[in-house]
Design a binder for this molecule. Sequence first.
Ligand SMILES: Cc1ncc(COP(=O)(O)O)c(C=O)c1O
Length: 433
Amino acid sequence: MTVTNANDNAGLHSRKDAATPRGVGVMCNFYAERAENAELWDVEGRRFIDFAAGIAVVNTGHRHPKIVAAIREQLDRFTHTAYQIVPYASYVELAEKINRRAPGNFPKKTAFFTTGAEAVENAVKIARAHTGRPGVIAFTGGFHGRTMMGMALTGKVAPYKIGFGPFPGDVFHAPYPNPLHGVSTADALHAIEFLFKADIDPKRVAAIIFEPVQGEGGFYPAPADFVRGLRKICDEHGILLIADEVQTGFARTGKLFAMEHHDVVPDLMTIAKSLGGGMPISGVVGRADVMDAAAPGGLGGTYAGNPLAVAAAHAVLDVIDEERLCDRATALGERLKAKLNALKGEVPQIADVRGPGAMIAVEFCKAGTDQPDVDFTKRVQARALERGLLLLVCGVYSNVIRFLFPLTIQEAVFDEALGILEEVLKESVAVAA
Ligand SMILES: Cc1ncc(COP(=O)(O)O)c(C=O)c1O
């Protein structure tokens, strides 16, 4: 007779299947017990190196002592008043800090929310309120969340949009530039001009929203001339430019915000994920006059800017500065890229290694072709997990592995992870042969 334990990994997995819907898809078959910096342990005591970081949320590592201390300190004072009912100084101070640090030499304001999707929803609301226009242009391969507008803006059907329509109207998609897959900057910008002919009068467009580096879509950085081109189109037609920095923000790309790699400034920016270092908080930051377009009461939410999450966010910004995490992102990213590039000869499936700072991805194609190699990608991910290295897959074709290790990762743990990666890449080639 098999003895089952309801609280081991297998037991929890069958309880999960019975108690929670399959739509909440779960990648791992083990259950977290505790986590520290770049490592986590499951309920059976097995250790993993976490190169997922809660999907780009713990750039400052799991349970950074300063962040834990800041949350504890707030916990002893108050946990919730609803900012819109009884405000608190820490929210205002966090807005002041973000306003100072977000790109753009003009007066800014920030409103806080809870999730990335909520930030996106509110950025669109603000853009519509300011311009009095309905239309929004987004990009193929883009991901903006699982709410109705988030899904409408998202440019990837499976699994995000299947069965959930109809979506809000007046949302249009143009191709995101992707030289590897044959879309140039000129093609992408031309497609927007074509939308103005075929689908919507530019005078009816409130905003263009884009990710400075596409996240779920495959870690494709927006070329500088594309970002400049977007700014130009927006300026010509009175359209607002929204940079969705939910995944790129907070030192991941080697700058506090990915837009700092560009010489143009967005009107609005959405932020979330690593802002809270593991606590749920998001925000919209942008031009003060634009941010003020919504009438009092139009923005907010019961938990928006929760005091514990705000306390964590203050500590996150301090840790990024004190530990020079932007520089560390660049240094670690260079090491990872060098390792992957050096393996190109032995691993012919490596079609591309890319990304700014530590927002690095490796894309796999069938050897000698430009055909996405999904099986190879899955094999690398599965074998790495067997060896205790947690890697995430992304990309419209699911043939990209993205690396999102905490930027605070210890050298020895980083080296160990690179060693595992090298081994599994080589092994996966042997299996493919
Ligand atoms: C660029 C981008 N925007 C929005 C979202 C949605 O954020 P959330 O899952 O917190 O709603 C994500 C999540 O991955 C994202 O990467």
